[in-house]
Design a protein around this ligand. Structure first.
Ligand SMILES: Nc1ncnc2c1ncn2[C@@H]1O[C@H](COP(=O)(O)OP(=O)(O)OP(=O)(O)O)[C@@H](O)[C@H]1O
Length: 268
């Protein structure tokens, strides 16, 4: 739940964020303010610019115009690894798991921004590197268990054998492993049926309870999730923010219905 008011310093902010690909303005002057502990959903039709917005925030794209601020610090145009290291983690629409590694190893890989020992340490100070790896493995287990005891029970099996819903879950665990302050999930419920989506909502709530300072930015199409999970919803259409607020308020806005929800959703 949001404790900070909207006027308090946000953990993540975008100002006039804009990117053009040739003649196409994929993200157009977007201003966002994500408070500490806030859960915000980003919705909008296919091709509206939601993933591009994530790519701008996480450093994959450099904006044509505008800024990204993290905890008041300008991080615009910083490389992906720097942005991950300062505390912004994300998942992708397409799976980025290592199928030939165990669930636990996939989570461990997500920790690389937080572990200090490199190859040289492993050679020169094997004891310290070993101790750090053991501690990391313990933390990885705790993260997996915290997200899903069922996943934790399968921690030593290969990620390639997981069903789609569990793959999405494992990707969230891996993103959490970098100990972020902001986690961005790109369509976490994609490929899930209603039961899986309900379980996902439960997972996110569990993480919220365990990590009370963590903020979430979630791109979602599943309106059941959008209706129940976030504190606020932001609607993007043709690259621009067209609405922001409680789901109950934005879903009845004619501009939003036109863009995305359709008349049936408004009458539901
Ligand atoms: N690297 C790129 N080069 C050219 N055009 C791009 C690039 N990345 C995105 N676009 C275009 O920008 C627009 C926004 O795409 P984006 O993937 O951000 O939409 P989206 O809202 O995430 O859609 P979906 O819900 O289908 O994932 C689209 O028209 C897309 O084709």
């Amino acid at each position: 739940m949001v404790t900070a008011s909207d006027t308090a310093a946000p953990i993540l902010e975008t100002r006039d964020l804009t990117i053009s690909f040739g003649g196409l303005v994929a993200v157009n002057g977007v201003d966002l303010r994500l408070a500490r502990s806030e859960v915000m959903c980003i919705i909008g039709p296919n091709g509206a610019g939601k993933s591009t917005l994530f790519n701008l925030i996480s450093g994959i794209y450099r904006p044509t115009r505008g800024q990204v601020l993290f905890d008041g610090q300008d991080i615009t145009g910083k490389p992906v690894h720097r942005i991950a290291a300062i505390g912004i983690a994300r998942t992708f629409q397409s799976s980025r798991l290592f199928n030939d590694l165990t669930l636990l190893d996939n989570v461990l890989i997500g920790m690389h921004t937080r572990t200090r020992s490199g190859v040289l340490d492993a050679l020169l100070r094997p004891g310290r590197a070993r101790a750090e790896l053991d501690a990391a493995a313990e933390r990885a287990e705790a993260i997996l268990h915290g997200l899903s005891p069922a996943l934790h029970a399968r921690r030593n099996t290969l990620a390639g054998a997981l069903p789609q819903a569990d793959r999405r879950r494992l990707e969230i665990a891996r993103a959490l492993a970098s100990e972020p302050k902001v986690i961005m999930l790109d369509e976490p419920s994609s490929g899930m049926d209603d039961r899986d989506t309900d379980a996902l909502i439960g997972d996110v709530r569990r993480v919220m309870a365990e990590k009370p300072g963590l903020s979430f930015l979630i791109i979602e199409h599943d309106m059941r999730l959008v209706a129940t999970l976030p504190d606020r919803v932001t609607v993007i259409d043709y690259g621009s923010k067209i609405a922001e607020g409680d789901y109950a308020d934005i879903r009845v806005m004619p501009r939003v219905q036109e863009a995305y929800l359709g008349q049936r959703a408004a009458n539901a």
